[in-house]
Design a protein around this ligand. Structure first.
Ligand code: AMP
Length: 550
């Protein structure tokens, strides 16, 4: 799209109804009031209520927040699992014009303290699980920050100081309806810091408008997942990029939500899906290994489960195929914290064969409405969308950040001269608009001047039955600059990885120079706080000396 330079267009004569988060809840309670929100709670047991009930508690919480002195623009932090109280915080905080700042509890305490201070959070709401963490952090938190644990007095953690409030007491007695303030749709509503592999964490500050548009685009892009007959279980956490927009997209579309609480192992997920009749679940690839194992052991899938939406890292083809064995479809999505987060997703092909379904779910799919994508060469020149040319992927759209929160230097570096956001991913786009992520710019392996995709190596490795997980990294080499080395986790610890057979299988798909120079078996791969394989940690652990092996 190009900008109009001279003649201004004629203004339309339409009202400016705000695209706001409270408008989602008002609409949802009115139109889909009976939709359910089920939560496996930290205290134990399953909590189950309707959207109408949720909207009443949200109103009470909004009044309580105001009574605490929280006002427009204030940041309010959460450290919590996926559950109904966390969901209520999303709506009440944003509804009064404050900013819901979700924090990843898997970060190191020093990182959490840094983020809370950078965001200048006014209050912190936390699950019982994280009471010791919050205790330990106390002296590093802003002095006047109010703390609230997400339960009732009966569950007050022993270590909690007296001035730490109980959520249920906090909201008690407040009216269960509210006139939401008129907020400009550009007002900030949510804040999430990227885990940031280099430098300090950077905050993506979502607006009401970006959040609503992202939710609507997600419903348009993945229509088969949503609707009153569907129940979605976000394994993807509310503490990371708004659980991929589900807390907004589900109420908007009348879809039931199933929050899994703290237990994300295969057995707990299977049982929860079974008892709640979950039809779809969303999360990163690493969380599905346990569920697939459980499904294999029981010889069947949870009865209503139709599809998994998998993203955050490339989905190994072997995972798509394992799910197909049990009649579970994969939607593959790609996105970033800075993109609210979904950018693209695969679209099912009606009547496709099993092979075609698998092939269709391997690339990252097509863009959501509103998002524009371009790939550029090293000098910034746009590359054709022909499925062959590859380059860095840049994006723009109404759900993409235009800077980082209070970080002018990081913000400058993140955009090109035309204001497109640099994703740091290397990709191809074909003539049908399908995105294929080749690698992270910094994870590509350059051997003898030729690029090798670490993703290709990993996908081939995980296709071997003796491999559960794989990660390829570049190791410095005196002659070739870099050579690929593969770290693998065996599917069966006792049997280990059949290295000769693995390499023979990979050699059928790769040129000799693309093959890994070493295969290293590990008990587990290092993970980031968002459940992705941490190549940075892996590089520091793997030390292959090629010497002068030229
Ligand atoms: P985050 O902001 O932590 O969610 O990380 C975003 C990054 O994760 C992207 O820039 C990609 O490198 C990676 N990523 C997300 N989804 C996918 C996917 N489906 N395939 C490959 N990489 C992905």
């Amino acid at each position: 799209m190009t900008m109009l330079q001279e003649t201004p267009p004629l203004d339309g004569q339409m009202m400016q109804g705000a695209l706001s988060i409270p408008a989602i809840m008002d609409y949802a309670a009115d139109v889909h009031g009976g939709a359910r929100i089920l939560s496996a709670t930290v205290e134990g047991g399953l909590h189950d209520y309707s959207l109408v009930d949720a909207s009443k508690r949200i109103a009470r919480l909004a009044h309580a927040l105001r009574a605490m002195g929280i006002g427009p623009g204030d940041r309010v932090a959460t450290l919590a699992w996926n559950g109904y109280r966390h969901f209520e915080l999303y709506y009440a905080i944003a509804g009064i014009g404050a900013v819901c700042h979700t924090i990843n509890p898997r970060l190191f305490p020093e990182q959490i303290a840094w983020i809370v201070n950078h965001a200048e959070d006014r209050a912190l709401f936390f699950d019982l699980t994280f009471a010791p963490l919050v205790d330990g952090l106390a002296e590093h938190l802003p002095r006047r920050m109010q703390r609230v644990f997400l339960s009732d007095e009966a569950h007050r953690p022993e270590t909690c100081a007296e001035d730490v409030l109980a959520y249920e007491s906090l909201i008690e007695g407040h009216p269960d309806s509210i006139d939401w303030p008129d907020l400009p749709e550009t007002a900030a509503a949510g804040l999430c810091y990227t885990s940031g592999t280099t430098g300090d964490p950077k905050g993506a500050l979502y607006s009401h408008r970006s959040t609503v548009l992202h939710a609507m685009s997600a419903i348009l892009g993945i229509p088969q997942a949503f609707g009153s007959a569907k129940r979605i279980l976000p394994v993807v956490p509310l503490f990371h990029v708004n659980a991929w927009g589900l807390p907004y997209a589900c109420p908007l579309s009348g879809t039931d939500l199933v929050f899994p609480g703290p237990h994300l192992d295969g057995k707990s997920l299977f049982d929860l899906m079974e008892t709640t009749g979950t039809t779809g679940a969303w999360g990163v690839p690493t969380v599905w290994a346990g569920l697939i194992e459980e499904i294999r052991q029981r010889g069947r899938k949870p009865k209503a489960l139709e599809m998994l939406l998998i993203g955050g890292s490339a989905v190994p083809p072997a995972m798509i195929s394992a799910l197909e064995d049990f009649d579970i479809r994969t939607i593959h999505g790609w996105g970033m914290t800075e993109m609210s987060p979904i950018g693209t997703c695969t679209r099912p092909i009606a009547g496709a064969s099993r092979e075609d379904r698998i092939a269709n779910a391997i690339p990252q799919g097509k863009r959501l409405f509103g998002l524009e994508m371009k790939i550029v060469g090293e000098d910034g020149t746009p590359q054709p969308h022909d499925g062959t040319a590859q380059g860095e992927l840049l994006v723009r759209g109404p759900a993409v950040v235009n800077g980082y929160f209070n970080a002018p230097d990081a913000s400058k570096a993140a955009f090109d001269a035309e204001g497109w956001f640099r994703t740091g991913d290397v990709a191809r786009i074909d003539s049908a608009g399908r995105l294929q992520i080749v690698d992270r710019t910094k994870d590509l392996i350059k051997s003898g001047g030729e690029w090798i995709s670490s993703l290709d190596l990993e996908n081939l490795a995980t296709a071997h039955p003796s491999v559960a997980q794989a990660a390829a990294i570049a190791v410095p080499h005196p002659k070739w600059d870099e050579r690929p080395v593969l770290a693998v986790v065996p599917a069966d610890k006792e049997k280990g990885v059949d290295e000769a057979d693995l390499l023979a299988q990979m050699a059928r798909h790769l040129a000799k120079w693309q093959m890994p120079d070493a295969v290293i078996t590990m008990d587990s791969l290092p993970m980031t706080a968002t459940g992705k394989i941490s190549k940075k940690d892996l590089r520091s652990r793997i030390n292959v000396d090629f010497g002068d092996d030229t």
